[in-house]
Design a protein around this ligand. Structure first.
Ligand code: UDP
Ligand code: MG
Length: 330
C-alpha cells in the first residue's frame, strides 16, 4: 500500500449527475486499474447537484477510500462546470477525466497515460466503436466532429469523448463554461500543446439515462463560434471588427462616389435612388463596426490583461519559477 498523503501523480476527475447505480462498480473498476500503476493517485468525484442517492453513496465510498475526494456542487451546473470544479482541486501532475455512467472503461486509463509518456500533453479518447443511438447521437456527433475539426483546425474523430488525459498545466487556468470542456484539445492545440487521440472502449449505458439529447448539438455549435472567435481574435478584436468596418465603409464610399459622378458629371438627380440609402447605411454600419472594435480593444485591456497571456511558454532554462516543476515520467 502506498502512502496516499504524498502528492498524487494522477487525479481522476468524474462528473456525477444522478448516477447512483453506476458509482459502486465504477469505483471498484477505477481502484483496480489505478492500483496497477503503483503510483499515488486521487479520484475526485464532483456531484453536480444530483437528486438521487449519488452523494450519499459517494460519501459512504469515501469513508472507506482515502483516495476518493468528493465535491458537491450546490445545484446542477452542467458537466463542463463539474469538470472545472474537479480541475481546480486536482493535485496530480496528470489529470484524467472519465464519465460516471460506466460508458467509458477505466481499464483504458493506463494506455492513455502511456500515450502521454510518448511526449503528448493531451490524449483524447476516441469512441471508435460507439454504443449510442445512431440517429439521435452518433450521426449528429460525426457531423459535429467534422465541423469542429474544420473550424478549429485540430482533426479529432471524437471531440465528445469524456475519457481524456491531460498534463495539469493544460487545464489549469482555463475558464470553462457552457459546453467548452469538449474544446479543451482545440484550445490546447492552438496554444502549441501536443494533442493526440487514442481509440478507447465504449459501452452502452447500463443504468440511468443520458442527460442530453439533440438540443446539446445546437449549444455545442454556438460554443464553437465562441471558441473560434476567442482563439483568433480575443486579444485583438479591432482586427476582426475593424476589418469588417473598413470593408463596409470602402463599399459605401464606392457607391457614394458613383452617385456623385451621376449627379455632378451626368447632371441627373440622385435623391430618389435607393442606392443612395444603401451607400449611407453601409458607411454608418462600417463606422459602427469600427467602434465595436475599439470598445472591444478597451475591454481586452481592462478585463483580460494579466489573466490570459498572449503567448505560451514551452519551457525555460535556469528560471527559478520553473525549476521545481519538471514533468514526472510514469
Ligand atoms: N453530467 C453532469 N452534469 C450534467 C449532465 C451530465 O455531471 O448536467 C455527467 C453525467 O453524470 C455523466 C457525464 O456527465 O457522468 C456524461 O453525461 P451523459 O452520460 O448523460 O452524456 P452522454 O455520455 O450521453 O453524452
Ligand atoms: Mg454517457
Amino acid at each position: 500500500m502506498l502512502i496516499q498523503d504524498s502528492e498524487p501523480l494522477v487525479s481522476v476527475v468524474i462528473p456525477v449527475y444522478n448516477e447512483a447505480e453506476s458509482l459502486r462498480p465504477l469505483m471498484t473498476g477505477l481502484h483496480a486499474t489505478l492500483e496497477t500503476l503503483h503510483q499515488p493517485y486521487e479520484i475526485i468525484a464532483v456531484d453536480d447537484g444530483s437528486r438521487d442517492d449519488s452523494f450519499a453513496l459517494l460519501r459512504e465510498l469515501a469513508a472507506h477510500s482515502p483516495q476518493l475526494r468528493v465535491v458537491r456542487l450546490r445545484r446542477n451546473f452542467g458537466q463542463t462546470q463539474a469538470f472545472a470544479a474537479g480541475f481546480d482541486r486536482a493535485r496530480g501532475e496528470i489529470i484524467v477525466t472519465i464519465d460516471a455512467d460506466l460508458q467509458n472503461d477505466p481499464t483504458d486509463i493506463p494506455r492513455l497515460l502511456h500515450k502521454l509518456d510518448e511526449g503528448y500533453d493531451v490524449v483524447s479518447g476516441w469512441r471508435a466503436n460507439r454504443h449510442d443511438a445512431w440517429l439521435s447521437r452518433r450521426l449528429p456527433s460525426v457531423l459535429a466532429n467534422r465541423l469542429i475539426s474544420a473550424v478549429t483546425g485540430l482533426q479529432l474523430h471524437d471531440y465528445g469523448c469524456s475519457l481524456k488525459a491531460y498534463r495539469r498545466e493544460v487545464v489549469q487556468n482555463l475558464a470553462l463554461y457552457g459546453e467548452l470542456h469538449r474544446f479543451i484539445p482545440a484550445i490546447a492545440s492552438w496554444q502549441g500543446i501536443a494533442v493526440t487521440e487514442l481509440p478507447v472502449t465504449h459501452h452502452a449505458r447500463r443504468f440511468g439515462s443520458s442527460k442530453y439529447g439533440l438540443g446539446r448539438t445546437l449549444r455545442v455549435l454556438l460554443d464553437l463560434v465562441t471558441v473560434r472567435f476567442l482563439l483568433s481574435y480575443a486579444t485583438r478584436p479591432m482586427q476582426f471588427f475593424g476589418l469588417i468596418g473598413l470593408g463596409l465603409m470602402g463599399f459605401g464610399t464606392v457607391i457614394l462616389a458613383y452617385l456623385a459622378g451621376v449627379k455632378f458629371v451626368l447632371h441627373q438627380t440622385i435623391g430618389d435612388r435607393p442606392l443612395l440609402l444603401v451607400g449611407v447605411m453601409v458607411i454608418v454600419l462600417g463606422m459602427q463596426f469600427l467602434s465595436i472594435g475599439l470598445i472591444g480593444e478597451m475591454l481586452v485591456r481592462t478585463t483580460n490583461s494579466g489573466r490570459e497571456p498572449a503567448y505560451r511558454v514551452r519551457e525555460e532554462v535556469n528560471s527559478p519559477a520553473t525549476m521545481a516543476k519538471q514533468p514526472t515520467a510514469l
